[in-house]
Design a protein around this ligand. Structure first.
Ligand code: GLC
Length: 753
């Protein structure tokens, strides 16, 4: 039995993969038409590929060997029909009016309310009307086809080059082109209009009027419908970008779902949260309000419950080749030696033994998250179809989760390999061909030198946006040390990058804080990695005398002594401790620190993100300890249920919530309206003689903003660079000043015209 059940076992070992993967996919596509093969033989022109793709549309849709493709096609058809039916011109929330030719004005104007159903029916029967609409539809189709052909032509050569370099498989490339056209055809008119609007506007996500919020659907409002019902609150927070934490189908047992990052089905919403139709409807409602939606695209792995994994576990070679199966302990040992561990304490090791197969499968994250094998072009193609399917539901920003890990190569550390960049570049081009309005947000939690290459180059871009993870960790280091030197250095490095490189700036997200700092620099100042990490963890856990922070360690590694940290912004700023102790003076300082840190985030160019609950100072939630499915994962300390009572407290003057919420609102308003916050402003830090003072200057349109932050427990008097008239953007006061008095943990935004 063992031998017959493991046909692909050799195929999936690291050494034999490429050949086997190719063989498998050739086998899979053997049934696609001759036209596809012809397209791959002609190889050179986009027109040839497009023409072949056109011919093969029907055939390859029929042949669709992968069940996902079939299901997808049905689901997409259904979704796009609904979307088309509802199509209206998008609200011009984002300044530019939707002028796209593809917006079917007639659709919007058609259902005149006074008409009876009968009358409508009769009218529809009129041959003239029918003729006009058929002609209009034909014209629209021609315009759409032309648009697609132009976009494909723009990217074809590079896309084909990269694809062939990685996979050397013309059939699969032709299939990819074919499917891109299919997803383009299925994209609703409304989304196509939004694409056109965004293409015309340029990098729409860089605008300084953007403000994001990251939230768990269940914690915030129970279900997707619940989120829709609470869009007024989101707008009240000035938020026009919502990152909905993973909502695709995942095992209901929370100890096997990694907060939704173990995806069971990329085409189905977790039924506890709603349906794909709810999602598309939410996206539609959001677009009407000028709000965009971000979702996670978990590319690196699937849940062990995903159909591919189930079939692989059952010994189906074709599905086994979509993952990494290894039997040879020597190979496992080499990976263990060369590849750092992601979860050293909660999920040590890189492989999980499957007794059914008497083999191990690669699981770099949790044992129930199986790493996908991107050496297999079937995996790449299918994942791209999933990406396009989700984009067609109205998703605007696709957060590519754990992207540095997606290519594995024995003998390397399996991080940030050049093939990862090839894949991201291809994904960018695929997006620009099918749905150019969408944005790729890379989750690259790596050293700074590894992060920036994910932008690609200005000519050959990869991600549109990246997390500013090092700045985030360095900010908290600065809070603990009251020493801004490293932060200045980090910010200057960011400010020196091309303006096109857009960062997502944040204080807290759903994950732990890993202390990935520049230790070479810190050493010059007497801070060494191991003791410094311990210092930071002790400080934020509230163990250091004088620390007001509260929180917990995450993945403390008993071998290296390394650990990361979890807590909410409010708890790290001292709001939890001050509240618990009923210490109003401490609360005043804690709130000031919280607001100052937000002001500092808003001072940066790029997209600021608020973690849901931070706008009302929500503190740590310790109830996860009572839940056996969550207790092992301390990240749940900052993934508590959103406390709606806190939002009611906003109405009462003097509450913690009112003080934070109103202050943030004011800062958001200033950021949105003052031209000096423009994404194209020149930004730099200023050398100031006090180690606790961070001084950032923004210059745009002849104006100069001096944003000064006091990272210390002491009040400070700062000297302005030149005496003159400054406008305090927060109080509105205009005065001739030479110095400014700053309480501990406070900031000023001084504008000089
Ligand atoms: C990302 C997510 C994290 C998750 C991991 C595995 O890093 O942010 O929450 O555990 O990917 O998917």
């Amino acid at each position: 039995m063992a031998t017959t059940r493991k046909p692909a076992s050799q195929a999936t070992s690291d050494t034999a993969e490429p050949k086997a993967a190719k063989k498998t996919t050739t086998m899979k596509t053997a049934s696609t038409t001759k036209a596809t093969a012809a397209a791959s033989e002609k190889k050179t022109t986009p027109a040839a590929t497009a023409a072949a793709a056109k011919k093969t549309t029907a055939a390859s849709a029929k042949s669709a060997t992968a069940k996902e493709t079939k299901t997808a096609s049905k689901a997409t058809e259904a979704a796009s029909t609904t979307a088309t039916k509802k199509a209206v011109a998008p609200k011009t929330g984002a300044k530019t009016a939707a002028k796209s030719a593809s917006t079917p004005k007639a659709t919007k104007a058609a259902p005149a309310p006074a008409r009876t159903a009968k009358a409508t029916k009769t009218a529809a029967k009129k041959p003239a009307a029918k003729k006009v609409s058929a002609a209009a539809a034909k014209k629209q189709k021609e315009a759409d086809d032309k648009l697609f052909a132009e976009r494909l032509a723009r990217h074809h050569d590079e896309l084909r080059w990269l694809y062939m370099e990685l996979y050397d498989n013309g059939d699969m490339f032709a299939e990819l082109c074919d499917q891109m056209k299919r997803f383009f055809d299925e994209r609703s008119a409304k989304l196509k209009a939004l694409d056109a609007e965004r293409e015309a506007a340029g990098a729409w996500y860089r605008s300084s009027d953007m403000l994001g919020m990251q939230m768990y659907i269940d914690n915030f409002a129970g279900t997707i419908k619940g989120v829709e019902e609470n869009l007024d609150y989101i707008e009240r927070c000035h938020v026009n970008y919502i990152h909905l934490m993973p909502f695709l189908d995942t095992p209901s047992d929370k100890s096997r779902s990694d907060g939704g990052y173990a995806v069971k089905d990329f085409r189905r919403v977790n039924p506890e949260l709603g349906t794909m139709e709810d999602l598309a409807e939410l996206a539609d409602k959001c677009h009407d309000r000028g709000i965009s939606l971000c979702m996670d695209f978990v590319m690196n792995h699937t849940s062990e419950d995903h159909e591919w994994a189930r079939r692989a576990r059952a010994g189906e070679g074709e599905y086994m080749s979509r993952y990494f199966f290894v039997k040879d302990q020597g190979i496992i040992d080499r990976y263990t030696r060369d590849v750092p561990q992601v979860f050293p304490a909660t999920a040590p090791g890189h492989f999980t033994y499957l007794p059914e197969l008497d083999q191990c499968v690669m699981t770099q994250f949790y044992p129930y998250q199986w790493d996908l094998n991107y050496r297999n072009p079937r995996v790449f193609n299918e994942m791209m179809y999933n990406f396009l399917f989700l984009a067609n539901q109205g998703m605007d920003i696709i957060r590519i989760d754990a992207v540095p890990y997606i290519w594995k190569q024995l003998g390397t550390n399996c991080r940030n390999l050049k093939q990862v960049h090839t894949i991201v570049r291809m994904m960018r081009m695929i997006g620009e061909i099918v749905c150019p309005g969408i944005v790729l947000l890379g989750e690259v939690v790596m050293a700074p030198v590894e992060v920036v290459p994910y932008f690609g180059t200005v000519e050959k871009p990869e991600c549109h946006m990246l997390y500013n993870v090092t700045t985030m960790a360095t900010t908290w280091h600065t809070v603990a040390t009251r020493d801004v030197r490293l932060l200045r250095q980090q910010l200057d490095a960011v400010y020196g990058l091309p303006h096109e490189y857009t960062f997502l700036n944040y204080l807290r997200c759903h994950d732990d804080i890993g202390w990935g700092l520049d230790y070479d620099s810190l050493e010059q100042w007497g801070m060494y990695e191991v003791p410094h990490k311990k210092f930071l963890n002790d400080y934020f856990c509230g163990l250091t005398p004088g620390s007001v922070s509260r929180g917990e360690l995450y993945n403390a590694d008993p071998v290296t002594g390394d650990a990361r940290f979890c807590a909410t912004t409010a708890s790290m700023c001292g709001i939890e401790a001050a509240g618990f102790e009923g210490d109003e003076a401490a609360m005043v300082t804690a709130i000031r620190k919280d607001i100052m840190l937000h002001a500092y985030v808003f001072t940066q160019s790029g997209l600021p993100i608020i973690y849901s609950g931070d706008e009302v100072g929500q503190v740590n939630d310790y109830t996860y300890k009572d839940d056996p499915e969550k207790v092992e994962d301390s990240r749940y300390i900052h993934r508590g249920k959103f406390d709606w009572d806190l939002t009611r407290a906003i109405e009462q003057p003097g509450t913690v919530q009112q003080r934070i919420f109103d202050a943030l609102s004011e800062l958001e308003e200033i950021r949105r309206t003052e031209p000096v916050f423009s994404a194209d402003a020149e930004v730099y830090t200023k050398d100031y003689s006090d180690l606790s003072i961070l001084w950032i200057v923004r210059r745009a349109g002849g104006e100069e903003l001096h944003a000064v932050f006091n990272f210390s427990d002491d009040a400070k008097t700062i000297w302005m660079p030149e005496a003159g008239t400054y406008t305090d953007l927060v109080s509105g006061a205009v005065s001739d000043i030479e110095t400014v008095d700053m309480p501990s943990w406070s900031f000023v935004w001084m504008l000089k015209k």
